[in-house]
Design a protein around this ligand. Sequence first.
Ligand code: HEC
Ligand code: HEC
Ligand code: HEC
Ligand code: HEC
Ligand code: HEC
Ligand code: HEC
Length: 264
Amino acid sequence: MTARLCAVVTVALVGCASPSEDRDVSRSADPNEGRVGGPPYKSYEALAQALPKDAMGNLDWDAAVRDGLLDPLPAIDPGASGMLSLPLDVPLDPHIPGLEVVFSHETHTYWLSCDGCHPSIFAMQAGANPITMEKIYQGEYCGRCHGTVAFAADTGCSRCHERLAVKAVLLATEATDEVLGDIVMDRHSSANYQPAVVFRHWKHRRHFRCSACHPGVFEMRAGANDNTMDALLAGESCARCHDGLRAFGVALETCSDCHSGEGP
Ligand code: HEC
Ligand code: HEC
Ligand code: HEC
Ligand code: HEC
Ligand code: HEC
Ligand code: HEC
């Protein structure tokens, strides 16, 4: 925490940017763009080269969507009705001048459905959640996603605190702390002589928004879901998509695609 608070001292206040600037997430006209069949990026580095970056050099998924480079589906069923986009900004004010945060529902409800956050992460009332940076770093509130799957707090001060401009020296030393969102799943695998399963968010979110999986198919917490091969063979869990049609299915040739972690 000490090193992070020091960062506050080295930031400079810039003009008061309008919080709603550049916020509209315009959609690509081609609903198939970016879906299965797009280039199968083998490494995160290759994907990161193809997509835009934010000021800190991190991959900017919002810009990729705005630029029409990605158009992930909101639900597994392509016929499902669209997402509810909510043009509601909620000001979050820690009462330190220059550190105001404006939470944009509009940008978040592109990726997430209401039940992705309410009530599991935030009570649905302005001011009802005692958010602090410490809790964010501990993985609570904004930190549930920012630092695990979305851009990390360390690397994006000014993306949340719009009036903070991080000095170039900080940029040079601390930029590019990429968030890949890789999760090792091993409730049953190594106990059953299989390498652990590695789930990669960066591969999946090119094709699907968070709402396709959370919270309907998977609770949004590492280790919270009890997945088994029996469930997969019954078409549940990963096999909601890994059915041989939407994505590769469960077969002898594919065991190691999912079971790619460490283990026996
Ligand atoms: C994902 C969004 C996000 C990012 C990124 C972020 N913050 Fe915050 N920050 C918040 C929120 C939300 C609050 C609480 C606002 C409130 O009081 O309601 C906050 C509060 C603060 C506070 C007030 C005291 C405290 O600890 O809560 C400071 C200081 C602060 N942030 C500094 C920083 C610095 C420095 C960075 C970059 C290293 C940073 N923040 C990055 C969202 C963010
Ligand atoms: C990424 C997380 C996230 C998602 C998704 C989300 N919200 Fe929120 N919502 C928040 C946060 C953060 C607040 C502010 C809480 C605070 O001030 O403590 C909030 C506050 C609210 C409030 C209270 C506003 C007020 O002035 O009291 C309402 C109403 C609300 N959300 C409705 C929705 C609806 C409807 C959806 C789906 C269309 C939705 N939210 C999706 C995070 C989210
Ligand atoms: C449930 C997951 C989740 C939570 C919780 C969440 N975010 Fe985000 N947020 C995202 C995703 C996904 C993006 C898209 C960018 C990315 O993935 O790097 C995003 C983008 C953003 C952006 C850039 C787009 C914009 O609106 O300008 C800001 C700023 C931001 N979040 C602030 C916050 C703050 C502040 C909080 C807490 C009050 C918060 N987020 C909580 C998932 C989340
Ligand atoms: C294809 C399905 C899928 C998509 C799409 C998806 N997730 Fe996940 N997510 C998972 C799985 C699987 C886990 C691991 C659950 C477990 O370990 O039980 C997970 C876990 C998480 C966690 C917990 C991380 C932790 O360290 O505890 C967060 C936060 C999360 N997802 C956020 C997101 C956000 C934000 C998006 C959209 C940008 C997203 N997910 C898109 C399947 C998905
Ligand atoms: C689409 C991804 C996927 C594929 C393909 C896959 N698995 Fe799994 N498998 C999982 C997940 C997820 C789990 C649960 C992970 C955990 O928490 O340990 C699992 C668990 C297991 C387990 C633990 C015991 C049990 O019954 O759940 C065994 C054994 C196993 N898999 C064997 C295999 C074999 C053999 C193959 C190839 C025929 C295979 N798996 C293919 C995703 C996959
Ligand atoms: C919402 C649909 C969906 C769900 C649910 C889903 N996947 Fe996927 N998965 C895909 C798609 C589509 C791809 C192809 C992505 C690409 O390579 O561009 C993919 C790719 C993968 C790959 C990459 C294979 C490679 O060649 O690199 C692995 C591994 C994988 N999924 C594992 C899992 C596991 C494990 C789960 C469950 C925990 C899961 N997936 C759940 C849709 C899904």
